[in-house]
Design a protein around this ligand. Structure first.
Ligand code: UDX
Length: 440
């Protein structure tokens, strides 16, 4: 099949590359010539395990190409994916300008039947707006040219996006006509070889499904974080509580890890957007409002603990910090807890030496040459001259550090661990004062 993917960001590039990998002809369009140049030169603009190989393999095979030409792109694929950004507006609602611009370009230049598939996370009702935008551009040509609008939200996790696309749990297709449904079934055939994973529903339900999934997962995390904060004052251990409840199949094991808050490009944005959608329609979403508030507070928990230990005025203090990305295996720092932690340490007069295996250049882009932040190239280098260690992201390489060395390097043998990476008894034995989340 011939497919156009509009937007070579995270979702667009992963989808385009994976669709090419199963034999489709895929053209990826982006308005940013720098991104397209990077891709044409054999690079990728994001860090995602396995993606570079797939991109290169399919470019070499002639199945994957890139363009900035909107007209060519609209004429290329019978299936047109829209996978552009929906950044939050000031009020938290998703900004649809890029989605609608993509829809208009398709309407302006299409020359045959098109299935326009929305992969961007968009508020319920966007399918109708996309349909109207295309119809308006088509004008009188609409008598000869027909199209369908489909909602097909993505459930890709950064760091595991290729695997998630290749082996999905489910494929949600919101569509209202048979022709489009049939094409989507063919398109996704190769990704559901062993059993049916495609769920067909109306467009609005598909749009809401995406938000519901992310909001539910965010809720679980905020719930556990809240209980962790309670466990601390009660003298209970949240890790044991997690095991105690996760073993109930009605609850399950996933997304029950307490920590220093969720970040990333989806949870914070989607929870806000859903709250805002509720408000627009006269429904105050009490639970989700609290999920967001609880998460904002949780991002400050590590600093709360630092303040409880060293006092509110941290001027003259210096902290070693491990992990800047919002989670391991990505360089993404969007809404990352590290940003809140570093900002709050600065505000209280402290300086920081930070290490992350892949997000260093992203951190430089965000913090610039702030003299209060030193970038180091090894975990242990962050501890030289530091008063204490703060862990924000659970990278694998932090799992088993030389604790003797950690203790020797730190001026105070204190570790604040926002991801509960270590057992409190191990830390005690190593002579380290350990502050986890929900356990001590
Ligand atoms: C998420 C969804 O999982 C994915 O399906 C959707 O398409 C996009 O949003 P992603 O943002 O890449 O994916 O990361 P995810 O692995 O879900 O983690 C999100 C955040 O929650 C991270 O900051 C992580 O540290 C935090 N988290 C996750 C916890 O604090 N505790 C947990 O138990 C799980």
């Amino acid at each position: 099949m011939k497919i156009t993917v509009v937007g070579t960001g995270y979702v667009g590039l992963v989808s385009g590359a994976c669709l090419a990998d199963v034999g489709n002809d895929v053209l990826c369009l982006d308005v940013d010539p720098a991104k397209i140049r990077t891709l044409e030169e054999g690079g990728i603009p994001i860090h995602e395990p396995g993606l570079l190989e797939i991109v290169r393999r399919n470019v070499a095979a002639g199945r994957l190409s890139f363009t900035t030409d909107v007209e060519y792109a609209a004429r290329f694929g019978a299936i047109q994916f829209i996978a552009v950004g929906t950044p939050p507006d000031e009020d938290g609602s998703a900004d649809l300008q890029y989605v609608l611009a993509a829809a208009r370009n398709i309407g302006r230049h299409m020359d045959g039947y098109r299935v326009v598939v929305n992969k961007s996370t968009v508020p319920v009702g966007t399918g109708d707006k996309v349909r109207a935008a295309i119809a308006a551009e088509l004008g009188a040509r609409g008598a000869d040219l027909s199209f369908s609008v489909v909602s097909n939200p993505e459930f890709l996790k950064e760091g595991a996006a290729v695997e998630d696309f290749m082996r999905p749990d489910r494929i949600i297709v919101g569509a209202e006509d048979e022709r489009a449904i049939q094409l989507m079934r063919e398109l996704y055939g190769p990704f559901q070889r062993n059993h049916e994973k495609l769920l067909v529903m109306d467009v609005r339900s598909a749009e809401l499904t995406k938000y519901a999934a992310n909001a539910m997962l965010a809720t679980r995390i905020s719930f556990m974080n809240e209980l962790a904060n309670l466990a601390e004052v009660l003298g209970a251990d949240i890790e044991l509580v997690r095991q105690g409840i996760g073993s109930d199949p009605r609850i399950g094991w996933h997304f029950l890890y307490a920590g220093c808050g969720y970040g990333g490009s989806c949870f914070p944005k989607d929870v806000k957007a859903l709250v805002s959608t509720g408000r627009e329609h006269g429904r105050d979403l009490l639970i989700l409002n609290s999920v967001e508030q609880a998460n904002d507070a949780q991002k400050l928990r590590l600093v709360d603990k630092i303040v409880a230990r060293f006092g509110p005025d941290l001027s003259g203090m210096h902290f070693g910090l491990w992990g800047l990305a919002f989670k391991p295996n990505t360089d993404d720092m969007r809404d990352a807890p590290s940003r809140v932690v570093i900002g709050e340490l600065f505000r209280r007069g402290a300086t920081v030496a930070a290490y992350d295996p892949v997000a260093m250049s992203e951190a430089r882009r965000i913090f610039g040459d702030d003299p209060r932040l030193r970038y180091v190239d090894r975990p242990m280098a962050a501890l030289e001259g530091a008063d204490a260690l703060v862990i924000v992201t659970e990278w694998k390489e932090f799992r088993s550090p030389d604790f003797v060395r950690v203790r020797e390097l730190l001026r105070h043998p204190v570790v604040f661990d926002g991801r509960n990476m270590y057992e409190p008894v191990t830390m005690k034995r190593a002579g380290l004062e350990y502050h986890g989340i929900g356990r001590s």
